[in-house]
Design a protein around this ligand. Structure first.
Ligand SMILES: Cc1cc2nc3c(=O)[nH]c(=O)nc-3n(C[C@H](O)[C@H](O)[C@H](O)COP(=O)(O)OP(=O)(O)OC[C@H]3O[C@@H](n4cnc5c(N)ncnc54)[C@H](O)[C@@H]3O)c2cc1C
Length: 386
């Protein structure tokens, strides 16, 4: 069986590896000149333990399975994987109910080692943090997702600089025009992240959701301030959104990130305010779900835009958890753009979404924790096509 995979992000590469392991002949096509160029190379680097997700959802199941597979993969390939642990901190009494809900969910999802701590207990874990209580997840880890992607790619047939421009179903499978080359496959799997809608349209399957790009901006801690955070410090998330709120994250290279916020980007690959694409914006605005989402969430949207423009808003968010931080401790660093699917009614699609149409499988929504879950999502997808 010859199978094409669109996208050399961590998910496309994981799918290609799983297909190869089951005997298929696989070619991965990506438009960029390197693997992991988009979401895979621009994220927080957290191996989520599965704390937040709706029990029974694909996210809940594939995140737990994904953690085990990723830990094993990193050990086998000598890639960094550190269980630095995570605190989800309630900074006011009003947040305690939400914090206990999170703890209950984590236990229901089978996350190991979950403990609820009071204000003293959390300082034993993170001596510079404050709060009235916290959920502690000692096995939440950090990894180097771009390195995982490069390692996966090393044993695969990956063709870079090949933007997929046309897809045609044939009597025997699928024909793909990528760059100037034509490929004939029996099956095609698309894991195109921010490019999902375009690939879906080429396949004649526009579907019932559209990708809206949400930029996540980060600051990093400088100098001695890096020593103020041992592991991962997260707020109690707002249950209305799939985003986890501005957090402090120790990275595998020793940097500590503060972020990400969530602002709607002005281009699918809109890594800064100056990157604007009228073509992308027309497509995003034409989707009824975008307008409905804007009407429902404009207040939060404006707050996030303000936070994007003013460093002090980031500082305020971080100081809620680590009060000794000052403005001088923060410097800007590069961010990422999330490919978040939005439904026709304006709802942000929470779960992973994968559709199959004959020989073509389309990943429609693979936001966080899809990097964590990638090896398990790959098994899930491959199980349905082979
Ligand atoms: C700010 C931020 C923070 C995050 N934090 C975490 C975290 O801590 N932990 C976690 O588990 N997850 C996190 N995520 C989510 C995670 O990064 C993504 O879920 C994951 O990387 C998705 O992988 P992917 O392969 O589907 O997408 P991508 O890595 O975006 O790959 C898609 C690929 O498709 C290619 N492509 C698109 N269109 C075409 C085309 N027409 N032809 C050829 N190629 C094409 C692109 O070039 C790209 O390489 C975060 C994401 C962001 C943005």
């Amino acid at each position: 069986m010859r199978i094409g995979v669109v996208g050399a992000g961590i998910l496309g590469l994981a799918v290609a590896r799983e297909l190869t392991a089951r005997g298929a002949e696989v070619t991965v096509l990506d438009k960029e000149d390197r693997v992991g160029a988009h979401q895979t190379g621009h994220n927080s680097g957290v191996v989520h333990a599965g704390i937040y997700y709706q029990p029974g959802s694909l996210k809940a199941r594939l995140c737990r399975d994904g953690v085990a597979l990723l830990r094993e993969y990193c050990a086998e390939h000598r890639l960094p994987y550190e269980e630095v642990g995570k605190l989800v901190i309630a900074s006011t009494r009003a947040e305690l109910a939400g914090m206990h809900r999170i703890a209950g969910r984590a236990v229901e999802n089978g996350v190991p080692g979950i403990a609820v701590l009071d204000g003293l207990g959390l300082r034993e874990i993170e001596p510079h943090a404050v709060g009235v209580g916290a959920v502690h997840s000692p096995h939440t880890a950090i990894a180097d997702f771009p390195a995982v992607a490069r390692s996966l790619a090393a044993s695969l047939d990956v063709r870079l600089g090949r933007p997929v421009r046309a897809i045609r179903e044939t009597a025997s499978g699928v024909e793909v025009l990528a760059g100037r080359s034509r490929f004939a496959f029996d099956r095609l799997v698309a894991c195109a992240g921010l490019g999902t809608d375009r690939v879906a349209a080429m396949a004649g399957q526009p579907g019932q959701v559209r990708i809206v790009p949400f930029r996540g901006e980060y600051l990093r801690l400088t100098g001695a301030a890096k020593g103020l955070v041992r592991g991962l410090i997260y707020p109690v998330p707002d249950p209305r959104y799939p985003f986890l709120g501005v957090h402090l994250t120790r990275r595998i290279d020793g940097e500590v990130l503060v972020g990400p916020n969530a602002v709607m980007a002005l281009a699918l690959e809109g890594y800064s305010w100056s990157k604007v694409s009228l073509r992308d914006l027309r497509g995003i605005a034409a989707w009824p779900g975008t307008r409905r989402m804007a009407v429902q969430h404009w207040r939060t949207g404006l707050r996030e835009v303000y936070g994007s423009l003013a460093k002090r808003s980031f500082l305020a968010a971080a100081r809620q958890y680590v009060p000794s931080l000052t403005k001088e401790d923060l410097a800007r660093t590069e961010g990422g753009v999330r490919a978040q699917a939005v439904a026709r009614d304006g709802a942000l699609v929470d779960d992973f979404a994968i559709d199959r149409h004959g020989p073509i499988t389309l990943v429609r929504n693979a936001p966080s924790p899809a990097a964590t879950s990638s090896l398990a999502i790959a098994r899930h997808i491959v199980g349905s096509i082979l």
